[in-house]
Design a binder for this molecule. Structure first.
Ligand code: CTP
Ligand code: MN
Ligand code: MN
Length: 522
């Protein structure tokens, strides 16, 4: 199993089920230089070459593009020649946290060169020491990369599941669902009680199990996995030994949990509101209907369409909504790009809603588009409910005050209940159209308007899963001193926003291996 694990986490081949056309999109040639963005490296005035015989190439793998750019700039100011691309003039390949074999494989994959007798492949320690004395230091044995991971390192790597979910690949289906369902129930129960810390602990444990390519069978297996506290372990022990967890069963059957689950299932009702109603003694949807003054417009609509909105949206239904949105947005703005995000982009076959990002390659063209599209949809009777939010993004403020630590973004958006026309079998086969066989279904749809330069960050932020996003942001802050949100990636060390043309660029800035959407089901 260990060898299998190694292959599993190192497997770079992406099994992307639905790569979208914009995933690898690049910006037009005219570069968008925004204030605060680092200038193009090529434009930096270089110090005169002092060591022309040495050609340095920095390996981006595990170093990250941002750190790589920073180190390259540093070396150039000290008179070193640093090559952007691997070529025949490179004499010193410098890498961080890779084995020699990994570097050779990585270089071959990118340059097409066979790197058998490569130039010298060195650890970054040679580089930093050289920068320290502004001259190439003599190469010592400790500067060389090891050829193969040592047996100890190999052993560690085999069993080491990375701590952050964004460092792992988490497919849609896994063999531990009965365990993860149990842990998620406890996570939800804790969050109903506003105990976010406890809730997160259960969510993290569940997420680790979701990433395992095998079914958990023995409690001891948890010892080598990150993220399991004594409480999570106890739950899993009960399930492994008794087949069930009494604690989880008690929660599932408790009046409190069932009521809060029912109330939070209403569109527009958050945990706090649900809890307040529960404390006031309300227990059923009928209780709520009798007290309609309690509800705002959004919640009223949520209650009205409760049954539909709590039936999962299927993939064919999402595809149908997508087709219509494409038509509508393109009709109002030729060249507009409409992208299905959220769970469906991760390959899910059903979801609680359908999420769309809308942009246009010519920034500014998207202004006013949402209003036009939504007005038209409403005029056609296709919007059962909607509320809009204006764009409130302030780049300067956002980047310098680190304001967007929370998850909410500042895009212009529309949160709606959409009337999806469906040709149900019942309507076709039966001449009697009853309420059950009506030809439409209420479906939650989120529409988000994104200025083109922010599109990669928005796509990453709106693809989810929620836990994957949370972990990406936690990783950025704690491991890289960077702030990531759906608008930008800000490096607090360089005090600059880091530009991205696609999602891959953002992973590279963070020094993370790219995780395709289908593997973000953390
Ligand atoms: N999101 C966000 N800001 C919001 C709402 C959602 O950034 N105001 C992000 C979430 O963090 C998530 C993604 O958008 O990553 C999709 O959210 P949601 O539709 O709630 O979840 P899905 O993963 O799509 O799950 P489902 O299939 O149940 O809809
Ligand atoms: Mn969704
Ligand atoms: Mn959504």
């Amino acid at each position: 199993m260990k060898a299998g694990l190694l292959g599993y986490w190192n497997n770079a081949a992406a099994s992307v089920t639905r790569e979208l056309r914009l995933d690898r999109m690049t910006l037009p040639l005219r570069k968008r230089q925004r204030p605060g963005h680092p200038p193009d490296l090529a434009l930096i005035s270089q110090a005169p070459l002092r060591f022309p015989e040495i050609g340095i190439f920095l390996v981006e793998k595990r170093m990250g593009s941002s750190r790589r750019a920073f180190l390259a700039k540093l070396a150039r100011t000290k008179g070193f020649r640093v090559e952007e691309m691997y070529n025949d003039t490179v004499t010193h390949v410098v890498s961080e946290q890779n084995t020699r074999a990994e570097v050779c494989e990585w270089l071959e994959a990118r340059s097409g060169h066979v790197v058998g007798n490569v130039p010298i492949v060195l650890d970054v320690s040679w580089f930093t020491e050289s920068m320290g004395v502004a001259a190439p230091v003599e190469i010592e044995p400790r500067h060389y990369l090891v050829t193969e991971p040592s047996s100890v390192a190999l052993e560690e790597e085999c069993v080491a599941v990375p701590v952050y979910a964004c460092q792992r690949r988490t497919p849609l289906s896994n063999q531990n669902q009965r365990f993860t369902d149990a842990l998620e129930t406890l996570a939800e129960e804790a969050s109903f009680g506003s105990n976010e810390g406890r809730s997160l602990a259960f969510s993290r444990a569940a997420s680790v199990l979701r990433s395992l390519p095998y079914a958990l069978t023995r409690l001891e297996e948890l010892n080598s996995l990150p993220g399991f506290g004594s409480h999570s372990k106890k739950v899993l022990q009960d399930m492994l030994e008794e087949g069930t967890s009494v604690e989880v069963q008690q929660v599932l059957h408790s009046e409190r949990y069932r009521t809060l689950k029912l109330f939070t299932g209403i569109f527009g009702v958050g945990k706090k509101t649900a809890y307040r109603w529960y404390q006031e003694g309300l227990r059923t949807l009928d209780d709520l209907r009798k007290q309609e003054k309690k509800l705002n417009r959004e919640q009223e609509a949520g209650l009205l369409h409760y049954a539909d909105l709590n039936r999962p949206v299927s993939r064919p239904e999402a595809d149908k909504v997508e087709e219509l949105m494409q038509d509508v947005f393109l009709q109002f703005l030729p060249g507009a790009i409409v992208t299905l995000a959220g769970g469906f982009r991760r390959g899910k076959e059903s979801g609680h809603d359908v999420d769309f990002l809308i942009t246009h390659p010519e920034e500014g063209k998207e202004v006013g588009l949402l209003m036009n599209a939504v007005s038209w949809l409403s005029s056609q009777g296709l919007m059962l409910y909607h509320h809009m939010r204006k764009n409130s993004y302030n780049e300067r403020w956002e980047m310098t005050t680190h304001a967007s630590k929370g998850r909410m973004d500042h895009f212009e958006s529309c949160f709606s209940i959409f009337k999806l026309n469906i040709q149900s079998e019942a309507t076709i086969s039966s001449s009697v159209v009853t309420e059950k066989t009506r030809s439409w279904k209420a479906v939650r749809v989120d529409l988000v308007i994104v200025p083109f330069a922010q599109y990669p960050y928005a796509l990453l932020g709106w693809t989810g899963s929620k836990h994957f996003e949370r972990e990406l942001r936690r990783f950025a802050v704690h491991e890289r001193k960077m702030i990531l949100n759906s608008h930008c990636l800000y490096d607090t060390t360089q005090k600059a926003g880091l530009p991205a043309h696609c999602e891959e660029d953002i992973f590279a800035h963070l020094g993370l291996e790219y995780v395709p959407p289908s593997q973000r089901n953390a």
